[in-house]
Design a protein. Structure first.
Length: 99
């Protein structure tokens, strides 16, 4: 990645907040209050599901994986997304030495 975008991401004048938005909205921005909202739970769940489908079904191409991920997400409850992502976050934060 180009150095200028890394500097922009690290030094720009905005806050980041982790909030639940919806199953299929991973983030949003409020320009007036300069806040970028990240739906960390859906981000983690969607990526995990996508990569898991790659793992289980190597015969699918990328387009098929994206389509299958989208379809599977529709059938998964908000509670399951939050619980699974919280479990993963807790596990990996502990491994990284966080809390
Ligand atoms: Zn992929």
């Amino acid at each position: 990645m180009k150095k200028w975008i890394i500097n922009q991401l690290l030094e720009a004048d905005y806050r980041i907040e982790m909030v639940w938005i919806s199953k299929d909205i991973l983030g949003s921005i409020d320009r007036e209050s300069k806040i970028i909202y990240l739906n960390l739970w859906s981000i983690i769940y969607e990526i995990l599901l996508h990569e898991f489908i790659h793992y289980k079904s190597p015969e699918y191409d990328e387009e098929e994986i994206v389509e299958k991920t989208f379809k599977m997400l529709k059938g998964i409850s908000v509670q399951e997304i939050i619980q699974t992502s919280n479990t993963l976050l807790k596990k990996y934060c502990e491994e990284l030495g966080g809390e």
